[in-house]
Design a protein around this ligand. Structure first.
Ligand code: NAD
Length: 469
């Protein structure tokens, strides 16, 4: 395909006002024309998106390698295939999802037809993050297209090579009047957010999430906020330590810990800590060899800013293994910290890198209490062979999602909604939930002509007889 159909570029544009206004107006006009509503049109666009992913595997992997040193297999599994799966699920179900959903009838609606009609919101904005810049941008787009919206697609400028690929290539595959990619940094994005959208879907940090929420509130625009936080892990003494260590370290090291649902810290008893760390060290050696810095299977840190932040976190810590780094490569070794205090510096904010604190606590009660003291996490993980322990965590804490005896994998269960709660986000998506997120659920009561006598008592003149029978 040619690179003829580019999106809108705001980087380096001094006065972006007209460009932004034109883009939003174009989307609004297109939506009002009704172009995005028919099933056949939506289907064709989803097929276009699928084709984009199928035909640009090398380009996408190349961009992700440059941005994140992301291994090809991770690109394919966690970016391309997972997004393709979203598209395939949508294609297989769209007709069903779009059809009116009859609701239960009561005595009062026995002769009528009450139903929910999923209708598109209109012009929506999707703001992506840099860590999974394909999936976190195009995954929501699947829902937005499926639901029949026009979309302003804003990739993260931080993953700059991927942003460029989206800007240049995506318009070749989907309708350019309905879906417009806009490249913008924080300033440009803030300017875009001054405009009225019918829905905003944001993925990124909690701090920026608040800015987006505030901008949306000015127009009473509904939002989904996919944010972050510290996702805890509890490992108890009944666990198979080798298995727990492999699953935790895999979840922590995929994308070098730059995963919103990465295990952020592990709580266990002091007795369990030694065995767990030993198993973690073995797991990392098996995954990445003796020198992960040389491994093609391990991501690097996205930016110098993030690298410096992570390096500072290592200062003065008890490093059980790892701890080395390479400034030029923006590489930080898989690192496990031992004997970390519950209230120490690394426990204050989301780590978002390959550093894993192990925090010894007295028992599960303390762990549960600690989880409940903090902001509501995006994910929570429990490793135990005793189901009562896992059930306790599920009953006595809250989090966006949870996974028992594994990490990360709940995001890939397509029947489950994915999203946060409280500070880790609001709203959820994936599969049907994406379609639902981008649809207004219009409540319709369809009545017939005639039979007016049945409810004639609602009309004035009122009387005691009409009220009391
Ligand atoms: P980021 O820097 O890419 O920012 C996200 C988006 O916000 C970008 O498109 C960026 O252009 C935009 N943005 C940045 N500053 C802005 C501003 N002032 N006004 C308007 N828009 C602005 O990504 P990030 O925030 O560094 O992402 C990391 C965070 O995202 C982590 O906390 C992580 O947990 C979270 N995250 C959450 C999910 C999820 O699905 N819940 C997924 C990935 C990442």
């Amino acid at each position: 395909p040619s690179t003829a159909g580019k999106g809108v570029m705001l980087h380096g544009v001094e006065d972006n006002t007209a460009l932004i206004t034109d883009t939003v107006q174009k989307l609004r006009r297109t939506f009002q024309s009704g172009k995005t509503r028919p099933y056949e049109f939506r289907k064709k666009q989803l097929e276009g998106l699928l084709k984009f992913l199928n035909e640009n595997v090398d380009l996408l992997c190349d961009a992700l390698w440059k941005d994140l040193h992301k291994p090809r297999q991770e690109c394919i599994v966690t970016e391309i295939e997972i997004t393709k799966n979203e598209i395939l699920v949508a294609l297989a179900n769209l007709k069903k999802w779009m059809s009116p959903k009859p609701t239960e009838k009561s005595l009062a609606t026995l002769a009528d037809y009450p139903f929910i009609q999923h209708e598109p919101y209109g012009v929506v904005m999707i703001i992506g993050a840099w860590n999974y810049p394909v999936n976190l941008l195009l995954g929501p787009l699947v829902g937005a297209i499926g639901a029949g919206n026009c979309v302003l697609i804003k990739p993260s400028e931080v993953a700059e090579n991927l942003e460029r690929t989206i800007y240049e290539m995506l318009p070749n595959y989907i309708d350019q009047d309905c879906y417009i990619g806009v490249c913008a940094g924080p300033e440009g994005t803030s300017a875009i957010l001054k405009h009225k959208f019918d829905y905003i879907f944001y993925t990124g940090s909690t701090t920026v999430g608040k800015i987006v929420y505030e901008a949306a509130a000015k127009h009473l625009t509904p939002v989904t906020l996919e944010l972050g936080g510290k996702s805890p892990v509890w490992v108890d003494e009944t666990s198979d330590m080798t298995l727990a260590a492999r699953r935790i370290m895999w979840g922590k090291l995929i994308n070098a810990g730059q995963t919103c649902i990465a295990p952020d810290y592990v709580m266990c008893t002091a007795e369990t800590q030694g065995e767990l760390i030993k198993a973690m060290k073995t797991a990392v050696r098996e995954f990445l060899g003796d020198n992960p810095g040389k491994s093609k299977d391990f991501c690097h840190i996205i930016s110098t800013r993030q690298f410096d932040r992570l390096r500072k976190l290592l200062t003065g810590q008890n490093v059980a293994f790892g701890g080395d780094f390479d400034v030029d490569q923006k590489y930080i070794a898989p690192t496990v910290l031992s004997n970390v205090g519950l209230y120490s510096e690394v426990m204050k904010s989301e780590i978002f890198g390959p550093i894993l604190p192990i925090v010894p606590v007295g028992n599960a009660d303390t762990a549960i209490r600690f989880v409940n003291e903090g902001e509501k996490p995006l994910a929570l993980y429990v490793f135990s062979k005793d189901d009562r322990v896992s059930e306790r965590f599920l009953k006595e804490t809250t989090s966006g999602g949870a996974c028992i005896n594994d990490t990360i994998m709940h995001i890939a269960a397509e029947s489950l909604p994915f999203g946060g709660v409280g500070a880790s986000g609001t709203g959820a998506y994936h599969g049907f939930y994406s379609f639902e997120t981008f649809s207004h659920k219009r409540a319709v009561l369809w009545k017939k002509h005639g039979w007016d006598f049945l409810f004639a008592m609602r009309y004035p003149p009122y009387s005691d007889f009409k009220t009391n029978g």
